[in-house]
Design a protein around this ligand. Structure first.
Ligand code: SAM
Length: 244
């Protein structure tokens, strides 16, 4: 029986609108919290790429509600954001067209607060196109990219190797590949026979080198709020690769 896709639910769209577009005081209690884990979909771009230099085409795989795609649009001429979820792509497109999206933040039990997501100031939605698609089976005519960004996607794919095998034909020579993964391999998403047998970074190296050279790794913490008093704090493993 097919597992229902959680990323199509209103709950997850709301959680990701807050995750991608909520302000620190909309996410944290007044008492504060791990503020350095906020803004993850901004930091996967700003902490890994030279955002001061202009770039050509960028691809954001598993873009969810689109925040990293909008960040890439600040310095890339063209950005394609692809996600498997129609509900996420619909939200990203509506933000790109200038709509304000109303969503709900769960406080506790039956209590919810109404919030609004808007396009971040300075983003260039005219440069961004969102489409639904499967990162394991991307369309043949996508073309090639100077930047491919895939944050917290790999360990949500049933067959992550299919994406790794496609990457050499997606990234231009000299181009940059940004991967981030919390290495949370779960049977709900990926059958254990498709998990790395050892450390995820070694597995990535064994499949990406020598076509890609690993430039550096970095820790990318992120915070997903479940209720006013319950958060998931996770550290994604970021890696920056140069295409030979
Ligand atoms: C953990 S979320 C990460 C989203 C976003 N990159 C971020 O960092 O906030 C995983 C995303 O991958 C998407 N996804 C799952 N399977 C996919 C697939 N086969 N192809 C494309 N996107 C997929 C989900 O819909 C979801 O938006």
């Amino acid at each position: 029986m097919a597992v229902p896709n959680p990323y199509e639910t209103r709950k997850l769209v709301d959680e990701y609108l807050l995750f991608h577009f909520g302000s620190p005081d909309e996410i944290l209690l007044p008492a504060g919290g791990p503020a350095d884990a906020l803004g993850f979909p901004v930091r996967t771009v700003t902490e890994t790429l030279d955002t001061a230099s202009k770039a050509g085409r960028a691809l954001d795989l598993g873009c969810a509600t689109g925040r990293s795609s909008f960040e890439l649009s600040r310095f890339c001429e063209e950005v394609i954001g692809i996600d498997f979820s129609d509900a996420f792509i619909d939200a990203a497109r509506r933000l790109g067209s200038g709509q304000t999206l109303e969503y709900e933040r769960l406080e506790e039990g039956h209590l919810r607060t109404r919030l609004f997501a808007v396009l971040p100031f300075g983003a260039r939605p005219d440069r961004v196109r969102f489409e639904t698609g499967d990162a394991m089976n991307l369309r043949d005519d996508l073309g090639t990219f100077d930047i491919v960004h895939a944050a917290n996607l790999l360990c949500r794919l049933p067959e992550p190797l299919r994406l790794l095998k496609r990457l050499p034909s997606l990234v231009n020579p000299g181009g940059t590949l940004i991967l981030a993964t919390p290495c949370t391999w779960l049977e709900d998403f990926t059958p254990p026979e498709n998990w790395p047998t050892g450390r995820t970074l070694d597995w990535l190296r064994s499949h990406l080198e020598p076509t890609f050279a690993l430039e550096r790794t970095l820790d990318l913490p992120f915070l997903i709020r479940e209720t006013a008093r319950k958060f998931q704090w996770t550290v994604s493993l970021g890696s920056v690769w140069k295409r030979a």
